[in-house]
Design a protein around this ligand. Structure first.
Ligand code: HEC
Length: 116
């Protein structure tokens, strides 16, 4: 893909996945085994929880129910989108973002196991 097409495609993708799933939470408490995941949970609770409670839809859409690629999530956290604020490195460090991604992955896995 040409480089110039990449950004519009990304934006389209972000817009297209904006539907929110609302309803009873389906998630089980996430088993926190790895230190990165535990740290990521702290970051999540501090910065994301209020709009994506437990990864479910709140003010923002659910982020535990679709395979949004990691780099898109990172981009979204750094740049923000619509109502969602941007979180700069001063607020969420690169390391915190790594941990956050580890936590989100665990959240998604836990969701898959309980949603069957
Ligand atoms: C002030 C509320 C708010 C906070 C805080 C917030 N978000 Fe969001 N988030 C939103 C909204 C609203 C959207 C939908 C944006 C749109 O499509 O215009 C969104 C969208 C997303 C999406 C894209 C989901 C999709 O289906 O397109 C991801 C991923 C995401 N947020 C992750 C995070 C993470 C990770 C954090 C914590 C660092 C966070 N958000 C903090 C409100 C928030």
């Amino acid at each position: 893909m040409k480089k110039t097409l990449l950004l519009p495609c990304l934006l389209l993708f972000l817009l297209a996945c904006g539907t929110a799933r609302r309803g009873e939470p389906l998630y089980a408490p996430v088993p926190v085994s790895e230190p990165a995941v535990a740290k990521g949970e702290v970051v999540f609770n501090r910065f994301c929880q209020k709009c994506h409670p437990g990864g479910e839809a709140g003010l923002g859409p659910a982020i535990n129910n679709k395979p949004v690629p990691g780099f898109i999530i990172r981009l979204q956290v750094r740049k923000g989108l619509g109502v969602m604020p941007a979180f700069k490195e001063k607020v969420i460090s690169e390391e915190d973002l790594d941990n956050l991604m580890a936590y989100l992955k665990t959240l998604r896995k836990a969701k898959k196991q309980t949603a069957t």
